[in-house]
Design a protein. Structure first.
Length: 394
């Protein structure tokens, strides 16, 4: 049975999350209190804790707020990591037949008053940072690599925020993680049963049925398989059907079109260096890489070194980061075949003109989109539209 909250609730922010919380309060005929008078304040993931107004209230994320209203019989699966969250969340939700929730789209609070047997929830470090009792039955941390350091400052803080997903789990719960020093040390205090994401898993054989390209997608498939097994209610037939018929998400190494024996791919969701390198690894053919966007201040040295690969034929950099990228490449990787452009279309046109038959033209920006676009979806949609207009006919 769902029970409405009975504390004095304040809401911080006015984005998607805050709107969803306010809508629910209105639907439950619960008054929103000013922050200074509230017992609890439901925060928005875009606002860093250092920017919270001073108040005697407890500040919690929308995920924590929803968790406090959870119905006992529901099973919650939480998925976090630097990269692959949306793919694994969507794949699992598709396989078990529920709507993916959390960071991927529908805020958790929006359906909290409707009993849902299994909830598959994508969780960002910002959402987990504001959790203080949240306990999913099954937690997955896919990987942790440098990202969002403008907010978390150090990798240890970033890992600590992600580790909140398992901090309150008990011995009845499951924690799925890779063998990774930072992840293992930050989750050392967890009481949950550990299951490892590793190629030596006896379940790895099932990943060959997953149609999406790249080794990373096999890991994503394995994560979903391990969750299905931990749920105990998903048959192998249902699991295999989900795995083998999943179409992938828009803007993740998404095929756009073939032109004169070249192929264009949109990986606009590649918003950090690691995800771009993963996309590069997913192909064996020569690649013309287009990257750039808003500078998140990440260290570029190891990224530039990792781009020194025979198969990367040209790199076109556009957007806010281009000057720093060019300067640092001059110091650390002067032989990279790098050219700067103002916009993605100039970079794509140059990439196409330098390409040979069988080459891949890969748009995987490694940066966030907010310098020239509304978000990564807008950026990917504009890229696809432009490519189809110019190269979609042959
Ligand atoms: P997220 O929701 O965590 O941003 P997505 O599933 O949307 O992750 O994938 C974003 C990008 O991250 C993909 O285009 C791909 O380049 C990369 N990626 C996906 N899965 C993984 C993984 N398991 N490990 C590393 N990189 C990945």
């Amino acid at each position: 049975m769902f029970k409405k909250p009975n504390e004095k609730i304040g809401v911080l922010g006015d984005g998607v999350t805050a709107k969803a919380v306010r809508e629910k309060l209105a639907a439950w005929t619960i008054q929103e209190y000013p922050i200074s008078e509230a017992d609890i304040v439901v925060t928005s993931p875009g606002i860093a804790p250092r920017d919270y107004p001073s108040s005697k209230a407890e500040f919690i994320s929308e995920i924590e707020f929803a968790y406090r209203l959870k119905q006992d019989e529901e099973i919650w699966v939480g998925i976090t990591g630097t990269n692959g969250k949306s793919t694994v969340t969507a794949l699992l939700a598709y396989t078990v037949g529920c709507t993916p929730q959390g960071n991927i789209g529908t805020p958790l609070i929006s359906s909290i008053d409707t009993f849902t047997p299994i909830r598959v929830i994508e969780l960002s470090s910002y959402q987990l940072e504001g959790c203080s009792t949240f306990r999913p039955d099954i937690a997955v941390i896919l990987n942790i690599t440098p990202d969002h350091l403008e907010r978390h400052i150090t990798m240890e803080n970033y890992a600590k925020a992600k580790a909140n997903i398992t901090l309150f789990q008990t011995a009845k719960d499951t924690l799925i993680i890779p063998h990774d020093t930072l992840i293992e040390s930050s989750t050392a205090a967890s009481k949950a049963q550990r299951v490892y994401l590793e190629e030596s898993s006896p379940l790895w054989k099932f990943t060959r049925h997953f149609p999406l390209p790249g080794y990373h997608n096999k890991m994503n498939a394995l994560a979903a398989i391990l969750v299905c097994k931990a749920l105990k209610t998903v048959s192998d037939e249902v699991m295999m059907l989900g795995l083998s018929t999943f179409k992938g998400l828009e803007h993740r190494i998404e095929f756009v079109c073939a032109w004169d024996k070249r192929k264009f791919y949109n990986d606009s969701k590649g918003t950090n260096p690691d995800s771009t390198l993963i996309a590069v690894q997913a192909f064996d053919n020569p690649i013309h890489l287009i990257l750039g966007g808003k500078d998140k201040g990440l260290d570029l040295t190891s990224f530039l070194n990792a781009l020194k690969q025979e198969k990367i034929k040209t790199i076109g950099v556009f957007g806010e980061i281009k000057e720093r990228f060019f300067k640092e490449a001059h110091i650390h990787a002067p032989t990279l075949p790098l050219t700067c452009f103002n916009t993605f279309d100039e970079a794509t046109e140059a990439a196409a003109s330098h390409s040979q038959p069988d080459d891949i033209i890969l748009f995987s920006p490694a940066c966030s989109s907010f310098d020239q676009f509304k978000n990564f979806e807008d950026r990917g949609t504009q890229f696809k539209r432009w490519v189809l207009e110019h190269y979609g006919q042959l």
